[in-house]
Design a binder for this molecule. Sequence first.
Ligand code: ADP
Ligand code: ZN
Length: 432
Amino acid sequence: MYLHPEFETLSRSEIKDLQLKRLKDTVRHCMNSPFYRQRFADNNLTPEDICSLEDLQKIPFTTKQDLRDTYPFGMAAVPLEKCTRLHSSSGTTGNPTVILHTEKDLQEWAKAVARCLYMVGLRPNDVFQNTSGYGMFTGGLGFQYGAEHLGMLTVPAAAGNTKRQLKFITDFGTTAIHAIPSYAARLHEVMESMGIDPARDTKLKTLVIGAEPHSEAQRKRIEEMLGVKAYNSFGMSEMCGPGVAFECTEQNGLHIWEDYYIVEIINPDTLEPVPDGEVGELVLTTLNREAMPLLRYRTRDLTRILPGECPCGRKHVRLDRMKGRSDDMIILKGVNIFPIQIETVLLQFPELATDYLITLETVDSNDEMTIEVELNQLFTDDYARLQSLTRDITRVIKDEILVTPRVKLLPKGSLPQSEGKAVRVRDLRKPY
Ligand code: ADP
Ligand code: ZN
């Protein structure tokens, strides 16, 4: 049941002991990084000041901006000739960011991903098809190496070309797929149009969905559509990629591997730790990275630590499903709204499909929200029915977010499809 029982069955106190040992090693190792050497000097800190897990609080946070400022190699804690892989983010705002890996980093990353996949029941006799984009997007190579490490026959199908994707699924007897949630829905749509019944025509049983925020309602839809169990997978390039936190078969929160990371949840405004169980920004410290260790990295992802123990027996804490990034939060008419709240309401309506787009615009100097959402069935001509459905959706959304949106129902397939992560919000508001 455990791929790495030596780590997965640790008690809380054993986890803490291991973390302290690894934290001290990491901090010492960070002194090989020009960035951290300077950071520590500027704050009159030395590695000897970190004697307990509580001492972590003495170290300043590391931010995405720090990664940009040190672009490309200023964070590295090993000479470049020891590095064997580089991943980089797109960098739509300012410099891109670079993450370096040594051979050992890549092995550890593959092990972490394999551990996750094993945890949800995948074994070497499974056939694993990865529908992520390959290249810089870490969901490609990250799952590839992890699935291979587990010993599965791994199909690097990559993103797009859904018909070919489906041919692979049926011809190769694919049992498990990794897909971003928006693409899982797309797969089903094309299956339907081609007359493929997942239960009758495929061997699919497991789906790994991650890389973008999605609601519990979305997961349930995907499970029903494809007749699979879908497990939430969380990761980010700065922490290697996938393999950071993953649901176990309980499907109730994502175990974060505390032999790899120290978890903190902070209030993003005050930067103080939030009380146990409250939502805040996830802050991670890497514990076994060679090329680019990160201390107290502010992920900007909002979540909380679930209280209580998981029935699966693992003591590694569980993160709640991500609420989104702090920068995904919409502020409209003074109200804070997360797209995921809107998604949760929309998916309560069986008439609606899973694709939607939220547009914010300034109309006559008022900020307005329009929600376009696709209908599940073909567009009906029953105008009265559509009108009453629109009214119902509008009312339930208003109850949830306290703002009245304009709701537009569209025929299935009318919203633009993105190859990568789904675009859920367009902000066209005029700045004041
Ligand atoms: P980019 O920063 O360009 O989006 P990454 O692949 O590094 O590229 O994205 C990581 C981010 O994706 C995370 O910080 C988080 O916001 C989001 N993410 C990843 N997995 C999940 C998940 N399971 N649920 C919600 N959000 C996720
Ligand atoms: Zn569990």
